[in-house]
Design a protein around this ligand. Structure first.
Ligand code: SF4
Length: 490
């Protein structure tokens, strides 16, 4: 099912052979947001020899398939899409001259030995086959993986059509395949909500979202669920999966306080795709026995491999701080100068990235007559505001909230993000967004226009692909790149 991702600037091909002899100051395992930030912090804070090992053929981790916006609100004060956020860090690490070994699999990490060095056993063409790398510090930034249906032990048949939300995201946003047209989403965390919206905009009917409780950001509940009137039930779960060969439907039922199903109230929902979005598990298997001793000298964990985070901004900050700590450890062992982060990275690392406070529970309670409850979706904080009929707004933490409330009352607008087909490219899709928000009630028109659009490779990031998409008066721009295929492509 999963096709190899061809290269663009964010999704880049293997970059030649890496010199693996000698001792590295810092080896970073994982080229996602945490690993790239750690590598930039190391490379820019002193004369340290650094290497990034990445198992995929591209850098950026999961970000290239996250075509929605909302990344970088704290670090950059902008709402970037996943590919745009990844692009900034890929370009930064390339600019720093850090070698990256792509399609490189780490088999184990061991040590430290009597020489104080850790040993990374890895495999990959760019490493010249199998290689053992000696490093003063190792940063494990391997991210996390999704809980699968098997891990959740959902009873019923084993039909096709049951997949994790992240796999569905890859199919829709990268492989250009809609996994089904009648969907049920299990899990009300952020990725479940985001995929419910994405499937809806791609023409599928999301028949139900189920969640034990409202765990996602309130911002996502508003922009992904409420905006599209997608049915969502809290306190309900999936009792069984039905179908032979292909998924036919699911049985859903309310959950009792002891976690059992109240089957007397069960309901059957016909669907041909079930997206499982039930949490993330840190992925640290490469550490082997060291996973049980993550405080081994010189070994550093960061990002979602440490603990799953709500925001990529938090992951990136942790990568920066960890990179600085790894560089300090390497400097102490080697006698090199102590690290000094450049000003902009130090500013990012030190920013106060507030825990998003807006959760759906904040929406409970009565609103005084003549008032309207509005959730500010400008940043992940998700302030819950009340607007009175006389034009007063309360509950906002900053002036942007008041401005948002007034716009929301007059004419709600939303940024459209999605994909467009590419002819003759190394990829079949390129991610896109509208240059500015469009009226909320025109989102489906924009989505339909994007499905009809077919652009020719090459496509450059920021390129205007349509000057007036769906007669909204707003331009559609590429948020990723697509090189021309060597032999004509798709
Ligand atoms: S009011 Fe300000 S802090 Fe609160 S969600 Fe809006 S932009 Fe964020």
């Amino acid at each position: 099912m999963r096709k190899p991702v061809a290269e663009g600037r964010v999704l880049s091909a293997a970059e030649g052979r890496v010199d693996v002899d000698g001792v590295f100051d810092v080896v970073v395992i994982g080229g996602g947001s945490a690993g790239l930030a750690a590598a930039a912090a190391v490379a820019e804070s002193g004369p340290y020899r650094t290497l990034v090992l990445e198992r995929e053929e591209y850098l950026g981790g999961v970000l290239p398939q996250c075509v929605h916006d909302g990344f970088g609100l704290y670090l950059y004060g902008e709402s970037l899409t996943g590919p745009e956020f990844a692009h900034r860090w890929v370009e930064r690490v390339r600019g720093d001259g850090v070698p990256t070994a792509l399609a490189a699999t780490v088999l184990s990490v061991e040590g430290p030995g009597s020489d104080g060095l850790l040993r990374v056993d890895a495999l990959g063409a760019s490493l010249g086959g199998r290689a053992t790398l000696a490093a003063r510090s190792v940063v494990c930034a391997t991210g996390c993986r999704e809980r699968t249906r098997g891990a959740l032990q959902i009873p019923g048949g084993r039909p096709a059509g049951v997949l994790t939300a992240g796999s569905a995201q890859y199919m829709v946003n990268v492989a250009n395949q809609l996994p089904g047209d009648k969907a049920v989403v299990l899990g009300s965390g952020d990725i479940g909500l985001i995929m419910a919206r994405r499937m809806t905009l791609e023409g599928a009917e999301v028949r139900l979202v189920l969640g034990q409780e409202a765990t996602g950001l309130v911002r996502n509940h508003i922009r992904c669920i409420q905006d599209f009137d997608i049915p969502i039930r809290y306190g309900w779960g999936l009792a069984s999966v039905h179908g032979y060969g292909q998924l036919q439907g699911v049985t859903v039922a309310p959950l009792r306080a002891d976690g059992s199903f109240d089957l007397a109230r069960r309901e059957y929902v016909r669907c041909n795709v079930l997206l499982v979005a039930c949490g993330l598990v840190p992925e640290r298997e490469v550490l082997g026995s060291l996973a049980l001793a993550p405080d081994a000298p010189g070994l550093f964990l960061c990002g979602n491999a440490n603990v799953p985070h709500d925001l990529v901004d938090q992951v990136t900050q942790e990568g920066l701080r960890t990179g600085a700590a790894a560089a300090a450890h390497a400097a102490a062992l080697s006698g090199k100068p102590a690290p000094a982060l450049p000003d902009d990275l130090a500013r990012m690392a030190g920013l106060s990235v507030r825990e998003p406070k807006g959760r759906m529970g904040d929406m409970a309670g009565d609103v005084p007559s003549g008032h309207q409850r509005i959730v500010c979706t400008v940043c992940p904080t998700g302030c819950v505001m009340e607007a009175s009929g006389r034009g007063g707004v309360a509950g906002n933490t900053c002036p942007r909230g008041e401005e948002f409330a007034r716009r929301e009352l007059a004419c709600p607008t939303r940024m459209f993000t999605g994909t467009v087909a590419v002819a003759g490219g190394r990829r079949s899709l390129v991610p896109v967004r509208t240059e500015r928000p469009v009226p909320r009630d025109r989102l489906f028109d924009v989505a339909r226009a994007c499905r009809r659009l077919n652009v020719k490779a090459p496509v450059r990031m920021g390129e205007v692909l349509k000057s007036d998409i769906a007669r909204t008066g707003v331009a559609l721009v590429a948020t990723g790149e697509c090189e021309r295929a060597a032999h004509g492509g798709r």
